[in-house]
Design a protein around this ligand. Structure first.
Ligand SMILES: [Zn+2]
Length: 387
């Protein structure tokens, strides 16, 4: 994009220069009874760009045709601004919900998503809704394409992959086929171009290789489960056995160190959380868990499944963002991600949600954060890495 703007600017300059003609050229040709145009010392002599003569206002930059190639532009990286700190959300339409068989259940979810989007839009904020099979099917079964509406309203859509946690090791193609089954259902509703990420898929199988094979460009919603594909040596410490992950740490934010999950990075396989130079799948983390659980998390208390949303949670979030803003590496795109379960979008939470959204609006106004969908973060990272 930066290149495109630069090229456009250069082309505009060229067009301008090549249209530069002396005022004499703009006078109608002499008819015979008029005096010939008066020669004056100025303005510039006629020398249209392309006549092989480099003179007048022409130079290498505005008329390389006559004056030779322009000097090389300085690399754009030297004038790069700070990389943004993106703020995203994810809302999972879960795999064990009966949306496709219970219309009331589906319509209640639709109502909640619309309630959330209405609130978010009041503050210029963006949601991302990630769908498992039943909810995707329900969009067709009940003839209400809410995922398309989510995209149309400027929010994000992705695939929720509640797959792999309990699955045994299987051939990569087989695991990829399971992920693709979920992807195809969402693709059919919003188009593959709006559905490029898989949220979840952590387990013993190599979720990175399989997600790539299934056609995904990024993984988000990264939790303890995603360590199951890695040898113990590549997990946070030796206490992270399969059993510990399966029973305790399966939903912990991962990678465990915020510093390590703050910056999206590319990998080629799921054997560790270290960026691979030849990686093709984006690990798009930054997970903070539920907004409603942040005050509790500061006290090392995990509230599950549901925490109540309170202003203290927003205060805790502000402390996290402040710390990240003061310490982050501004040469890399950073991301923080909040999980919002669909059942948080109800009227009893409206004032807390508005408090959260207005605080974030203020941070965005100050240039500290930038709201984005999961897809927008991935696209920003891809173009940042290949300017
Ligand atoms: Zn789920």
């Amino acid at each position: 994009m930066r290149h495109a703007i630069l090229i456009f600017a250069v082309l505009m300059l060229l067009a301008l220069a090549c249209n530069l003609t002396s005022p004499a050229d703009q006078i109608a040709p002499p008819t015979g009874d008029e005096p010939p145009p008066r020669q004056t010392a100025s303005p510039l002599p006629a020398s249209p760009c392309g006549d092989g003569i480099c003179q007048g206002p022409e130079n290498a930059r505005n008329c390389p045709e006559d004056c030779g190639e322009p000097p090389q532009e300085a690399p754009t990286s030297t004038v790069r601004q700070d990389a943004p700190l993106f703020l995203t959300t994810m809302t999972h339409m879960e795999g064990d919900w009966p949306d496709d068989t219970d219309q009331d259940f589906f319509l209640r979810n639709v109502q909640r998503l619309r309630f959330g989007m209405d609130l978010f839009e009041d503050y210029g904020a963006k949601m991302t809704v990630e769908s498992e099979k039943p909810f995707s099917r329900a969009n067709t079964v009940w003839d209400l394409n809410i995922l398309q509406e989510v995209v149309r309203r400027g929010h994000g859509v992705g695939t929720h992959c509640d797959i792999g946690f309990r699955d045994p090791i299987m051939p990569a193609e087989e695991f990829a086929a399971l992920l693709k089954e979920n992807k195809d259902l969402v693709d059919a509703l919003v188009g593959a171009e709006n559905n490029r990420g898989c949220s979840g898929a952590g387990g013993a199988n190599d979720w990175a290789v399989a997600a790539r094979m299934a056609g995904f460009d990024y993984i988000d919603g990264i939790v303890g489960m995603h360590y199951l594909s890695m040898p113990i040596a590549n997990r946070p410490d030796p206490s992270w056995t399969d059993q510990y992950i399966r029973n305790v740490a399966f939903h912990y934010n991962a990678p465990v160190e915020l510093e390590q999950r703050l910056y999206p990075f590319l990998i080629k396989d799921a054997t560790d959380f270290i960026p691979d130079p030849d990686g093709t799948l984006l690990v798009s983390g930054g997970d903070l868990g539920q907004l409603a659980g942040l005050a509790e998390a500061e006290q090392d208390v995990i509230c599950r499944p549901d925490c109540s949303l309170a202003d203290e949670d927003v205060e805790a979030l502000l402390r996290i963002i402040d710390e990240v803003d003061r310490t982050r590496d501004r040469s890399r795109i950073a991301k923080l991600n909040l999980y919002f379960p669909a059942n948080i979008f109800v009227e009893t939470n409206e004032s807390s949600l508005r408090h959260f959204l207005s605080q974030m609006e203020e941070l965005e106004r100050q240039g500290i954060i930038q709201w984005a969908t999961q897809l927008e973060v991935a696209e920003a990272v891809f173009s940042w890495n290949s300017p």
